[in-house]
Design a protein around this ligand. Structure first.
Ligand SMILES: Cc1ncc(COP(=O)(O)O)c(C=O)c1O
Length: 445
């Protein structure tokens, strides 16, 4: 039998949290890390190695959150530690041309065939912002389509219908209610946004018949990763590709979560869909802040200096340490890596499904391989945003994960996120997770 790890005291985390609240809003730098999600208070993490992390009280956890997917190689991978230490000794960043950015870009292009060129940014949010600006400049059109429940970073025009809401607030499928995700954004910002439900070809055909001619772009996550893990229906992405081509709107595939995770070339390779532009982040930087936009030269070259150029500046673009990490990270991502990520992840999915079956708990595990999510629901599948809002018991999930946090499994209690498998995870980690899940299920309300 596998040994689960029992969490002891969290007193140091609590003390730090009290102190943090005096200087930081909610004691953190992003609400997803704070008391809104961790109802017992945030756990202050101090150290990570491989697939494990340790908190301020010395409690050890197997980490399945992995910095929201950034840590494809786990924590403190020795190759990356060496890469960063050596590079740092020569100077962190020059904001000048470097061989590091060329080596990173060459590897990126080798892995992402739709990218004749790449532009590095510092975050996924900057990448999607840039992709939209490029699309507008390239097509000469203003509007764009985003789907309900998709998150593309915190740039103003993307912040519509990206959070879950009670079903009665969603409006009809044919004419969804438009719900801003943030205060401080002028309503006029959303005048250029067409919003539509995802994963339904008939709806897509109708919306694009009506709006296709005026759209600069349609932006989509290939797997909906901000309502947990919702897979595209068979043929949906392919049909989206055909329709966007027909109406002259660019297809922006937001692979910030899925990039370098499902296949060397991300979901575009996995599902065989070739976008006009794609955006990356997270796993690309293996824990260092980065984003990227890849695409054909005909679009990316619009950033060349001159009249009517698309402006993209940034002191930290192509940060030298990050570029070194990217090159080393991508060199480690071989075909075999993906076989292992899928094998380990599929074992976790199967093990968790079996636990819920045994406990006769109505829960499904959706997704596969490197990314998946648990939904407490009566449904057999969660297929879109509205399913998520109507049928998923996110409170029960939070309760379940809080129990796991007591049993040595580190995961965010937010149901909108997803479980991540990195190259550091082993079948032993999966066995420990399954055993902890088994214990967490006993007595679950
Ligand atoms: C699909 C998607 N796009 C873009 C972003 C924004 O990336 P970042 O948090 O690096 O700004 C995220 C972040 O979670 C994301 O999930």
């Amino acid at each position: 039998m596998t040994q689960t790890i029992k969490t002891q005291s969290r007193s140091r985390s609590q003390q730090w949290f009290e102190r943090a609240r005096r200087s930081l809003v909610e004691g953190v730098n992003s609400p997803s890390r704070g008391p809104a999600v961790y109802t017992a208070g945030p756990i202050l993490l101090e150290r990570g190695q491989g697939s494990h992390v340790w908190d301020a009280d010395g409690n050890e956890y197997i980490d399945f959150m992995m910095s929201f997917g950034a840590l494809i190689q786990g924590h403190a991978h020795p190759t990356l530690v060496k890469t960063v230490s050596e590079a740092m000794a020569e100077g962190s960043h020059f904001a000048a041309a470097t061989s590091a950015e060329i080596e990173a870009a060459e590897r990126f292009r080798r892995m992402v065939p739709s990218a004749e060129a790449v532009r590095f940014t510092n975050t996924g949010s900057e990448a999607t912002m840039l992709a939209l600006r490029l699309a507008r400049a390239h097509t000469g059109r203003r509007k764009f389509l985003k789907f309900e429940g998709h998150y593309h970073g915190w740039y103003d025009p993307f912040l519509l219908n990206a959070h879950s809401h009670p079903p009665e607030q969603l409006g009809p499928v044919e004419n969804p209610a438009r719900i801003p995700d943030s205060a401080g954004i002028p309503n006029s910002t959303f005048d250029d946004v067409v919003i539509a439900p995802w994963n339904d070809v008939k709806t897509l055909e109708r919306v694009l018949r009506q709006h296709g001619h005026e759209l600069a772009a349609v932006i989509t996550e290939p797997i909906m990763a901000n309502m947990g893990c919702i897979l595209p229906r068979d043929g949906y992405l392919q049909r989206l590709r055909e329709l966007t081509r027909e109406c002259g709107a660019l297809l922006i595939l937001d692979e910030v979560v899925t990039g370098f995770r499902y296949a060397p070339g991300g979901c575009q390779e996995y599902y065989g869909v070739s976008p006009d532009l794609s955006t990356f982040g997270k796993a690309l930087g293996a824990g260092f802040p980065v984003g990227a936009v890849g695409g054909p030269r005909s679009i990316l070259d619009r950033m060349q200096w001159g009249e009517n150029m698309v402006l993209h500046y940034g002191t930290f673009n192509g940060h030298r340490l990050t570029m070194k990490v990217i090159a080393a990270n991508l060199d480690m991502l071989t075909a075999n890596t993906y076989l292992e990520l899928h094998t380990v992840g599929n074992c976790a999915v199967a093990g968790l499904r079996e636990v819920f079956r045994r406990h006769e708990i109505k829960a499904i595990v959706q997704g596969f391989g490197p990314m998946f999510q648990i939904y407490f629901t009566d449904r057999e599948a969660i297929c879109d945003y509205r399913d998520y809002c109507k049928y998923v018991d996110a409170k029960r999930y939070s309760q379940f994960v809080h129990r796991l946090l007591e049993l040595g499994v580190y995961m965010t209690p937010s149901n909108g996120l997803h479980w991540i498998i990195s190259t550091a995870h082993t079948l032993a980690d999966v066995a420990a997770l399954v055993e902890a899940a088994d214990q967490a299920c006993s007595g679950l309300a």
